[in-house]
Write a protein that binds this ligand. Sequence first.
Ligand SMILES: Cc1ncc(COP(=O)(O)O)c(C=O)c1O
Length: 374
Amino acid sequence: MSEPRLVPNPLVAKGAVGSLVGESRAFHRSMPDYRPTPVAALPAAAARLGVGSVYAKDESRRMGMPSFKILGASWATYRSLLAHLGHRADSGIGLAELRAELAAGPDLRLVSATDGNHGRAVARMAGLLGLSAHILVPEDMVRERIDAIAVEGAEVEIVSGGYDDAIRRSAELADARSLVVSDTSWEGYVEPPSWVIDGYSTMIGEILDEIDAGNIPRPTVVAAQIGVGAFAAAVARGFAGRTGTRLVGVEPTDADCMTASVEAGGITTIPGPQRSNMAGLNCGTPSVIAWPDVSSGYDTFVTVADSAAEEAMRLMFGDGLVSGESGAAGLAGLLSHTGALGLGPDDHVLVISTEGATDIANFNRVTGAALVAE
Ligand SMILES: Cc1ncc(COP(=O)(O)O)c(C=O)c1O
C-alpha cells in the first residue's frame, strides 16, 4: 500500500467536461420519497482546516436509503427498462405504469455488482417494480451491508475476490431475462452507467440551487471521493465551468485507480483486491465513461489512509453529521493534504457526505456514538 500522495492533474482541460442533464431530476421528483437533501455547516471542520467555511451535502437519507446511490440506480434502471421494452426515453411512462407492463410480460431480473450502496439501491428499484434482483458482492463485504441488500428482497451472491471480480461475474450473467444495471462501464457496456452519472445530476443540481440562491457560499474548493469515478464525473459536470472553484479528487491509498490512471496518462487497472475501510471506493479500474470528465475536470488528485477517513468521520460527527467511511473520504482528503493544497481563510469548502452509517458497528467504534439500526 502506498503512502498518501498529492498529484496535480496534468490532463486538466475543464472546457472538455460534459454537462448535467435535467430529465433525471424531473423523474426523481415523481418518485414517492423525493425531496432535496440538506446542506450542513461544519464549523469544527472549518476551524480544523483553517478555512472560511465547510459545508457538507448530507446524503445519509436519500429517498429512504442511507446513500446518494439511489439517484443513479433509479434513473439507470428506469432508462434500461424503457429501452428493453422498446419505449422512447421521453415516453413519460411512470413507475406504476412500468410496473404493470412488466407484470404482464416475461420474467425479468435486475443484475448488479456492488461494493454496497449501488447494489442495495438496484435491489430497492427491483422491489418497487415487482422484479427480482441478483446482486454480486466482493467476499470481504461486511455482514451488515450484505444483509441490507438481502432485506430489499434480492438474491446476494458472494464472489471470491474484490469488486472488479464481482463486476466480471455480473457481466457474464447478462442474457435475455437478466438486465445488468452497473454503475461502472467497460468496453461495449456504456449506456446504463452513463444513466447512473446522469441520475447524480439531481444531487448536483440541488447543490447548485443552494449556491445560486446564496444559501451557502460559492465554494473555492470541492472535494469528491472516487471509486470508479461516476460520482466524481457528475461533480465535475456541475463545477468545472465555475471559475474560482478548485476540484480535488480523493481516493484511498489502497484503491487509487483514478490517480494511478492520471499519472499513467490513461485508464489503468491496479492490483487487487482493494481492502480500504472506504468500502464504496474499493475499485481497481476507473469507469471508461467517467474517465473523460474526471481526467479533464479535476485540478488535483489526493490519496488518503484509512485513519484519515476515521478522523473525518469523528470531525463530522462532532459537527452533528453522520457520515460513513466513504461518505467522509472527501473531507479526509483535505485533512490529509491541507498544507500542500494551500488551504486558507479565504477558502470555502464543499464536501459531499455520500453516505450515512452503512456499517453501524464500525461507525460507533470510530466515533464513540451509540447508533442502532433503524
Ligand atoms: C458512499 C459512496 N461514496 C462515493 C462512492 C464513489 O462513487 P463512484 O464509484 O461512482 O466513484 C461510492 C461508490 O460506491 C459510495 O458508495
